[in-house]
Design a protein. Structure first.
Length: 108
């Protein structure tokens, strides 16, 4: 049986059922996931241009290095996105099919 030891201020508690583990970690995980919404890239003009999926014209401009960052853009966020541009420029221009057809599995 698997158990998880969780340190607390007073002692170390141990959980060994799925329900106990889930109950204990879910609050912490929820808090951690909600913290992402306070990140600089999740607020303001940069976020409005890119939204959650990043499937906008602005997102393509970031990857191509032509995006004009709004004033006040967090410097670390800008640096990270500029690095994405560098990585993207090194990728092959060949298109890869994101699907498989029945013909792909035919034996000739």
């Amino acid at each position: 049986m698997t158990s998880v030891k969780v340190p607390t201020p007073d002692r170390c508690e141990e959980y060994d059922t799925e329900a106990d583990i889930f109950q204990h970690v879910s609050a912490n995980l929820s808090e951690q996931f909600c913290l992402t919404l306070t990140a600089p890239c999740c607020n303001g003009p940069l976020f409005n241009d890119n939204v959650f999926l990043g499937d906008t014209e602005a997102a393509l401009q970031i990857l191509e290095g032509t995006y004009c960052y709004p004033s006040g853009t967090d410097p670390a966020t800008k640096l990270l996105l500029e690095e994405a541009d560098i990585t993207y420029s090194k990728l092959s221009a060949d298109e890869i099919a994101a699907y498989v057809t029945t013909e792909d599995f035919q034996y000739y």
